[in-house]
Design a protein around this ligand. Structure first.
Ligand code: WT7
Length: 635
């Protein structure tokens, strides 16, 4: 039987057990699952290589744990409720048994195309049920899915397909997003001009727009499923066989292919889902993320389905056709737990209380947030107006690399404090280190957030680049997983995430590497160099501010024109989410004599803070700072 913590003392008890004997704790959590063979070792690890192995030698298939294990009790229960972009279109409900048949059928399709265990399959799809079906089919045959958010450009898509050497791409003709449509297939076509590894492209029809199908390569989903059997036996995998790759941005270079494996991720997402959200059988769970991000992987698909939940998938956006869309969906489908990002809350809050006050939303029991720090004002609005003062809020801190939630209240159990992620979940051992790597013990301390012991859901490597995995996460502080976040532990031992301490910015809950944006800006023919920093943005949390040095600037050159074309360039190279909010054209960047850009100055100026610049005597040309300040004030 699934174990669920019910009280605060129960939480402390479980937490204690998980620290005193982590192996025993997690092997107990793993017991409810269906293993074809029990594991040889529960945990083998060191953070030096690093090597992290959970349940090694254990044999299983994750989809057998969603379907075969639960089908007798849940076959007629709804697994996925799908709400379309347009509220006039019908929603769709798939029961566990219907979803099972579709997954088995599509597994057979992939097998018939020669996809084998370990092959990579790229998914570039809008939020339609086939996205979940395709990912589960990959998991069933042991193929590694790599889902690419359908808002990324063709260049970003191509980079990811090439890095993973994907054999198959699954996409749609187009996609709906509010009032807009996205030409998915033509973006895929453009990307594939550069990708040699791809043999077949499967297209699910969604918008019905005109697209071209390349003969021999492109296949319609509906055609290839025609008449295919729904009988399929799952591939038996090792617990440490890869489940998926998901690309995320880092402070340097190209996006990293974070790799998660099967057994540990299964145990961890399911455990955290049930406990954090206090999901009860029959509840309807609505996570508004896109499956293209880790939140969607873990808390729309895997965590909920492994726990026998009913999970809601929403194709559209919160503000279309109007700002009450989330609230309509909550009422229409009687949602019990709602999980969204602070940026969405702030955007809706800015549009006034009318929409939310019209709705009673009596079904709601729990609210959650994820992706970025939530400011107190947004927290209170969410609590008072959406939760009507009766729903606990879980502010869940985690990352693509952590696989699941690490620090969070348990809904209704852990007393909350606005803007605090509160306490670590069982199995999670956070430590706070100063910049020299010294652990700051006790309460009321602030520093770098690290985790000192492995948990089953953590990433195992970066696809094809274990050295970078080691360098990024395990080299800053010895024998620690370094999160890249700053944190404060207050007088009650509660954790408050302060934001990134590296060159990563968090825009609307999406992680962006400043170097990645700079590289895209630098592609512009007029740009000599650039520096990108984050600045406080009322809705997005952080906005993107770019300082750009251009060549041949004279009085007749239109800065406006260049700024516009830089924005278009970034949009085309990465995607709309990376488009700078502000661009300032300057004649030079503040650099130290060793050539390093003094970013802290640029961050201050971007935040309209023109005081206390500290020591700038190491700058090559301190005059540059004056110019930047003046120009910035003039804007
Ligand atoms: C970064 C991870 C985890 C899924 C969504 C983002 C920030 C995440 C919180 C939170 C404050 C948060 C951190 C983290 N972050 N959740 N509750 N409070 N900050 O995943 O793209 O991998 O980004 O998001 O800075 O490092 P991601």
């Amino acid at each position: 039987m699934a174990i669920k913590i019910k009280t605060l003392s129960g939480y402390f008890h479980e937490y204690q057990k998980s620290v005193v004997n982590p192996e025993q704790f997690w092997s107990q959590q793993a017991e409810e699952f269906f293993w074809r063979k029990k594991c040889d070792t529960i945990l083998d690890w060191n953070f030096e290589e690093p090597k992290i192995e959970w349940f090694k030698g254990g044999k299983l298939n994750l989809t057998e744990n969603i379907f075969e294990r639960q089908i007798f009790t849940r076959k007629d229960q709804v697994a996925i409720v799908w709400e379309p972009n347009n509220p006039d279109e019908d929603s769709i409900s798939l029961t566990y048994s219907q979803l099972f048949d579709k997954v088995k059928q599509f597994s057979n399709v992939l097998l018939s195309l020669g996809v084998k265990k370990g092959d990579r399959v790229a998914l570039y799809m809008p939020m339609i049920p086939e996205l979940a079906i395709a990912m589960l089919a990959c998991a069933r045959i042991g193929a590694i899915h790599s889902i690419i958010f359908a808002g990324f450009s063709s260049t970003s898509l191509a980079d990811r397909i090439i890095d993973a050497q994907a054999k198959i791409v699954i996409a749609t003709d187009g996609g709906y997003r509010g009032a807009k449509t996205i030409p998915i297939k033509s973006i895929v076509d453009e990307a594939l001009e550069k990708c040699d590894s791809v043999e077949k492209v499967i297209i699910k029809k969604r918008t019905g727009e005109n697209i071209s199908m390349k003969s021999g390569r492109d296949i319609w989903w509906d055609d290839i499923c025609q008449g295919v059997s729904t009988e399929n036996t799952a591939e038996i995998l090792d617990a440490e066989d890869p489940l998926f790759i998901l690309y995320t941005s880092g402070s340097t270079g190209k996006p990293k292919g974070v790799l998660h494996t099967t057994g540990g991720y299964m145990v961890y997402t399911s455990y955290t889902f049930r406990n954090v959200f206090q999901y009860s059988q029959g509840d309807v769970f609505f996570c508004s993320a896109d499956i293209g991000w880790i939140t969607g992987h873990s808390y729309i698909v895997y965590g909920p389905l492994l726990s026998g939940a009913t999970t809601l998938m929403f194709e559209g956006i919160p503000t279309w056709p109007e700002a009450g869309r989330f609230w309509d969906i909550i009422e229409k489908h009687q949602v019990n737990q709602f999980y969204t990002a602070p940026t969405a809350i702030r955007a809706l809050m800015a549009l006034g209380n009318k929409f939310v006050e019209e709705k009673a939303m009596n079904s709601l029991k729990v609210l959650g947030t994820v992706g970025e720090p939530i400011n107190e004002e947004a927290w209170h609005w969410y609590h008072d107006h959406v939760g009507k003062n009766k729903c606990p809020i879980v502010d869940t801190w985690w990352q693509t690399e952590t696989g699941g939630i690490l620090i969070s209240p348990l809904a209704g159990i852990t007393p909350t404090k606005p803007s605090y992620a509160t306490l670590p979940l069982p199995g999670i051992q956070p430590v706070i280190l100063d910049n020299e790597g010294k652990e700051l013990q006790g309460n009321s301390v602030e520093g770098n957030l690290c985790i000192k012991f492995p948990w089953p859901g953590m990433a195992r490597t970066l696809y094809g680049d274990h050295e970078r995995f080691k360098l990024t996460y395990f080299s800053t502080f010895k024998n620690q997983y370094f999160t890249g976040d700053g944190v404060k532990r207050d007088e009650d031992g509660y954790y408050r995430i302060l934001g990134r301490v590296d060159d990563v910015i968090n825009v609307s809950g999406h992680r962006m590497g400043t170097a990645e944006v700079e590289n895209a800006i630098n592609e512009h023919p007029r740009v000599v160099e650039s520096a990108v920093v984050g600045y406080p943005h009322e809705i997005k949390g952080q906005g993107i501010f770019a300082y750009v040095v251009c060549n041949d600037m004279d009085d007749t050159t239109s800065e406006k024109g260049i700024i516009k074309s830089i924005k278009i360039g970034v949009n085309n190279i990465i995607g709309p989410i990376a488009k700078p909010d502000k661009i300032l054209i300057v004649s030079g960047l503040p650099k130290t004599r060793s050539g390093k850009i003094m970013r802290r100055l640029l961050r201050k100026i971007a935040a309209n803070d023109f005081t206390n610049f500290g020591d700038i005597s190491t700058l090559l040309d301190p005059g540059v700072v004056e110019e930047i300040i003046e120009k910035s004030k003039a804007k």
